[in-house]
Write a protein that binds this ligand. Structure first.
Ligand code: MN
Length: 269
């Protein structure tokens, strides 16, 4: 049984099985990443991992354009890159056949160690890795679980979501953000992004040599009830699936932009 879960590498480019590129922002050794690979392989996918050497949480969508990167083959089908999550996906997709035998059918990022709800989507390296693929027109799923959640059921759900996305033949660039709460009830909801209310703190301290340093961010976060949101689902013990858009344009703000453009243009034009 265990042998069936061992990924083959390199995958057969002629295989009918879906080819999944798997990454994360917690690093290649993360238990969440391994659980995700097992779940995807268990559903018949070919999986290749390209993940950061080290923890890159909250690195958002940064690309390392100003230093060389090292790609290390850890074991068959597992690569570690000393870069960001977005770097990992970029390298996997554009390194000809050095990493992947062909363009992947799907990109999965996670399972992240910790939730990515509401505006976390802006900061999350987990979401960014998936978004990097979605920007290239590849269906992508970012998945995160509460640090105290059971990984196996969360990974199984995420794998089912990922393969269902592939089956749904979505419009190019589909991007889903999945979250599995602690004490998941088994309920799954389609949601939109809620709002997380963090304790926002800049904590100034002094080092042993008398120089000031500071820490960003407080320990607490809370949500207000907002029906249909991922934060509400979380508070109810439900897993959430939020579709994310790539076009950030605010249609409703267009009138304001047009009025400002008219003013900014001045009388001379
Ligand atoms: Mn993380």
């Amino acid at each position: 049984m265990a042998a069936a879960l061992v990924a083959r590498y390199p995958p057969d480019p002629m295989s009918e099985r879906p080819l999944v590129l798997l990454s994360n922002d917690d690093g290649y050794a993360s238990p969440g990443l391994r659980a995700m690979r097992e779940a995807l392989v268990g559903l018949g996918a070919e999986v290749v991992i390209v993940a950061p050497e080290n923890e890159q949480s909250a690195s958002s969508h940064s690309l390392s354009l100003h230093r060389p990167l090292r790609l290390r083959a850890v074991e068959p089908g597992v690569f570690a890159l000393d870069g960001t999550p977005a770097d990992c996906v970029y390298v996997a997709l554009h390194a000809t056949t050095r990493v992947l035998p062909r363009r992947p059918d799907l990109v999965v990022s996670g399972i992240n160690h910790g939730m990515n709800l509401g505006q976390d989507a802006f900061y999350s390296g987990t979401v960014a890795a998936a978004r990097e693929a979605a920007l290239r027109g590849i269906p992508a799923v970012a998945t995160s679980a509460h640090v105290a959640a059971d990984l196996a059921p969360g990974a199984a759900l995420s794998a089912r979501v990922a393969l269902a996305l592939l089956e749904a033949l979505p419009a190019r660039g589909a991007l889903l953000n999945v979250n599995v709460p602690r004490g998941w009830t088994g309920e799954v909801r389609a949601t939109h992004l809620g709002a997380r209310i963090y304790e926002e703190v800049v904590d100034f301290r002094r080092d042993p040599r008398g120089r000031e340093y500071l820490w960003l961010g407080g320990p607490g976060v809370r949500h207000e009830r907002a029906p249909g949101t991922d934060t509400d689902a979380y508070d109810d013990g439900a897993a959430s699936i939020t579709p994310l858009r790539l076009d950030l344009t605010d249609g409703a703000g267009h009138d304001v932009a047009r009025a400002i453009a008219d003013k900014a243009r001045g009388s001379g034009s």
